[in-house]
Design a protein around this ligand. Structure first.
Ligand code: ATP
Ligand code: MG
Length: 274
């Protein structure tokens, strides 16, 4: 249904997360891009995505699910604001997935997620997602391996169902370096207006960086599929991140066949008199 761009896409047969440069400046054409040029393309992408979203919303045939996963401070909030904030809010929904509530934890792990599967015509954004059940759950042994390992299959089946129901799926891992996380955490400490963003649990999680990278790598390999690809976005530079995400979203939406809904017959003959 959708033709997905190759740039930054995870090839499950040949993928090594640690070899990816989180601070790259290589553009979609393989050449270095500077900030000004990337920002100009980002602006054009936003305008194009707005029009495509309008068409998708009018047609109500296809939907788009965008999944964001990242380490703390990876830029999920900023990426969502910058890449989807300018769109028609009536056509976009965002859902964040935090530590499961008691009610959520009393159901299967997909229960809380499936309630937010996108309606036709909508763009649905997941800020964290069902992938937490093969990431944080794995890293901290919240459930035994025999349980979380099966989740790859459950996730793949769920996403296949979505795809069969005309949902196009894009999954972004915002890939920052350990050093960049250190700087971002320090910035939050140094700026009183950002103290609310600082959580001492982020420091605790930081100690598990290698385990998270291992969990991410396997999750991406196990679940990057033709109809639901993962993209690893170099995210140390925010301008690069926004340029890359909007380029991929735009190209993906452009590849979907969409039609304006059929108009009433005889519109050309109608004159509005008074
Ligand atoms: P921000 O810090 O930018 O506000 P966030 O997404 O980090 O956003 P937090 O409330 O800080 O939000 O953290 C949410 C926490 O919930 C994360 O540590 C995440 O790993 C955890 N979490 C999400 N889903 C699950 C799950 N299924 N099981 C256990 N923990 C989960
Ligand atoms: Mg957090």
């Amino acid at each position: 249904m959708a033709k997905y761009p190759k740039w930054h896409r995870v090839d499950p047969d040949n993928f090594d997360l640690s070899s990816i440069d989180t601070g790259t400046k290589l553009g979609a054409d393989g050449k270095k891009i500077n900030r000004n040029d990337a920002e100009a393309i980002y602006q054009k992408n936003i305008e194009a995505i707005k029009t495509l979203q309008f068409k998708m919303w009018a047609e109500k045939k296809t939907s788009l699910l965008v999944v964001f996963q990242a380490m703390d401070t990876g830029g999920k909030d900023g990426a969502i604001r910058k890449c989807f904030g300018p769109l028609n809010p009536q056509g976009v929904e965002t859902q964040a997935f935090k530590v499961p509530t008691a009610e959520e934890a009393s159901h299967d792990f997909l229960w809380r997620v499936q309630k937010h599967s996108p309606a036709k015509g909508m763009i649905q954004i997941f800020n964290r997602s069902h992938y937490e059940d093969v990431l944080v759950v794995r890293v901290h042994n919240y459930k035994p391996e025999s349980v979380w390992r099966k989740n790859y299959t459950h996730i793949n089946n769920y996403e296949e169902l979505l795809s069969d129901s005309n949902t196009v799926i894009l999954k972004f891992m915002l890939n920052i370096s350990l050093d960049e996380q250190k700087e971002r955490l320090q910035e939050r400490l140094d700026d009183a207006t950002r103290h609310w963003k600082f959580s001492s649990s982020d420091l605790k999680e930081r100690k598990f960086w290698p385990q998270y990278m291992e969990a991410f790598e396997e999750a991406l390999i196990q679940t990057s599929k033709k109809h639901a690809p993962w993209y690893v976005i170099p995210a140390d530079r925010k301008w690069y991140r926004n340029y890359a995400i909007t380029t991929i979203v735009r190209e993906t939406l452009e590849s979907i066949e969409m039609e304006w809904p059929k108009a009433e017959e005889g519109l050309a003959d109608i004159k509005i008199d008074s």
